[in-house]
Every structure is written in structure tokens, then in C-alpha cells.
Design a binder for this molecule. Structure first.
Ligand code: NAD
Length: 263
């Protein structure tokens, strides 16, 4: 199996609809040992049974990434329980609801700061804290969306956070390449998850993507999971700094193909 002997940590499982869950499933199916984190006590109850599904009931830790002490504590726990790790999945984003609808120029500084801290800076901080545990052939993966590259209605504040996250991926890739660590992002098509529920008119986004992507469907968490597994495994040993679209091809479309009735 492709991930035999690999150990890693996945941050960002909220439930079995989470993209992080799809990635866990694909990695576990290929033999990886996975540690999980949860944001708060109410999510702990959801994450624990998921960890048990992957024989990881002893590898579940709290980690609110806006709290540097919890990231430091995660490092201590992982070192004790796993020793070295070979991969990190950062599948985390948050923006206050007011930043996900309405006029873009109404975004407040406090909402901006929260979104950037949780959705972008956390990738840098988690990487720095866990780096001493990372093997010299390891891989970091984060999750982004097309709204960080092009305008998407209502994505607003998260759009600029994703643009910053994509550049963070590239700068980290250059910095950590000399240590044998690869850093990539998957730009996933829209999927109905807890986080997506915060975006206004999300259902329209799903319909639009399905109608206008070359594959004429929406992507599933299993499909993102399989691509994630590839980027975390040695199959992608020469791939770093990449923003890899897993979106049924939606991003290549400059204009939807329509038939004109020429009269
Ligand atoms: P999700 O709600 O299942 O996952 C988001 C996770 O972020 C949750 O587990 C939540 O607990 C965690 N989180 C939020 N604030 C946190 C904090 N302070 N500390 C630690 N964890 C925190 O939704 P998802 O769609 O699976 O989102 C995962 C990632 O995928 C996000 O980065 C999201 O932007 C990205 N993404 C989602 C879509 C989509 O359409 N669902 C598309 C492209 C990219």
C-alpha cells in the first residue's frame, strides 16, 4: 500500500462530510497512521468516533489554531505518541459571517484579522511548531478554493484569505524544500460541508459548477481525498508549491458553452 509506514496529523475534521474526512479515508485505506485534532468540546464528540473508525482512538487532540499554546501542546502530544511524522493536513478556515455576504468594502478590520489568523497564519504556525517532528521526506497539504484566484459572489473575505493562503503555500514550499518537506494546496470545487453552509447562496454555486464544469458534476469528498492522498504520498515526490485544482475542471472554463439559436 502506498502510505504504508507513513504517520501524520489531520487538522480540520468536523464530521464525516468534512473534506479532511475524505483525505483521512483515502490515506488510511493506503496504510497511513493518522492523528486527529478537534476545535472544541462539542466537535470532540464528533471527531472521537471518526478517529476510532481509523483505529486512532488514542490519537485525538484539541487544537484551536487561534491559540498558540494549543499548537505547542499538539507538538508535545504528537512527539510522545507518534515520534516522527510524515504529513500534515491543514483543512481549516473561518471567517465571521459578516465577511461572507453583502458589500465587499464593508469588511471590518476585526473580521479580516480573524479570517487571516485562522485561515492563513495558522498554516505557518502549525508548520513551524511541528517541523521538528517532520521526517526528511514529508508533505504538507492545505485546502483552498477558486474564490482566491477569481471573483466569486459572496466569497468576499474568504477570497482574500485564500489568495494569501495560496501564496503562503508557495513561500513555504521554497523555504522548506531544502529540508525535504513539500507543501501543496488542493483547490477543491464546492462541496456541501459545515464551512460551506456559511457562504450565502452556496446552493447556486453548486448548481453553477455542475452545469459549467467540463465533467458536468460536482466533486465529492472522496475524490478530493484521493487527490490529497497522492499529494501526501511519495507518488508526488517532485511536486511542491502547487495549487492543484480538483474541481471537475471548472477552473479551465473562460466562458460556458451555450448553443445560440441563429436566426
Ligand atoms: P468543515 O466545516 O468540515 O471543515 C472546516 C474545519 O475548520 C472544521 O473542522 C472546523 O472545526 C475547523 N476550524 C475552524 N476554525 C478553527 C480554529 N480556530 N482552530 C481549529 N480548527 C478550526 O468544512 P470543509 O469544507 O471540509 O473545509 C475544509 C477546508 O476546505 C477549508 O479550508 C475550506 O475553506 C476548504 N474548501 C472547502 C470547499 C467547500 O466547498 N466545502 C471548497 C474548497 C476549499
Amino acid at each position: 500500500m502506498i502510505m504504508n509506514g507513513k504517520k501524520g496529523v489531520i487538522l480540520g475534521v468536523a464530521n464525516n462530510k468534512s473534506i479532511a474526512y475524505g483525505i483521512a479515508k483515502a490515506c488510511a485505506a493506503q496504510g497511513a497512521k493518522i492523528a486527529f485534532t478537534y476545535l472544541n468540546d462539542s466537535l470532540k464528540k464528533r471527531v472521537e468516533p471518526i478517529a476510532a473508525e481509523f483505529d486512532s482512538e488514542d490519537l485525538v487532540y484539541p487544537c484551536d489554531v487561534s491559540n498558540p499554546d494549543e499548537i505547542k501542546a499538539l507538538k508535545v502530544s504528537l512527539e510522545k505518541d507518534l515520534g516522527q511524522i510524515d504529513f500534515i493536513v491543514h483543512s481549516i478556515a473561518f471567517a465571521p459571517k459578516e465577511g461572507l455576504s453583502g458589500r465587499f468594502y464593508d469588511i471590518t478590520k476585526s473580521a479580516f484579522d480573524v479570517a487571516m489568523d485562522v485561515s492563513v497564519y495558522s498554516l505557518i504556525e502549525v508548520t513551524r511548531e511541528l517541523k521538528p517532528l517532520m521526517s526528511e521526506n514529508s508533505s504538507i497539504l492545505t485546502l483552498t478554493y477558486y474564490g482566491g484566484a477569481k471573483y466569486i459572489p459572496n466569497y468576499n473575505l474568504m477570497g482574500i484569505a485564500k489568495a494569501a493562503l495560496e501564496m503562503t503555500t508557495k513561500y513555504l514550499a521554497e523555504d522548506l524544500g531544502k529540508d525535504g518537506i513539500r507543501v501543496n494546496a488542493i483547490s477543491a470545487g464546492p462541496i456541501k460541508t459545515l464551512a460551506a453552509a456559511g457562504i450565502s447562496d452556496f446552493r447556486f454555486m453548486l448548481k453553477w459548477n455542475e452545469a459549467h464544469s467540463p465533467l458536468k458534476k460536482n466533486v465529492t469528498t472522496d475524490e478530493v481525498g484521493n487527490s490529497g492522498m497522492y499529494l501526501l504520498s511519495d507518488l508526488s515526490s517532485a511536486v511542491t508549491g502547487e495549487i492543484h485544482y480538483v474541481d471537475c475542471g471548472f477552473n479551465v472554463m473562460g466562458m460556458p458553452a451555450v448553443e445560440f439559436n441563429e436566426e
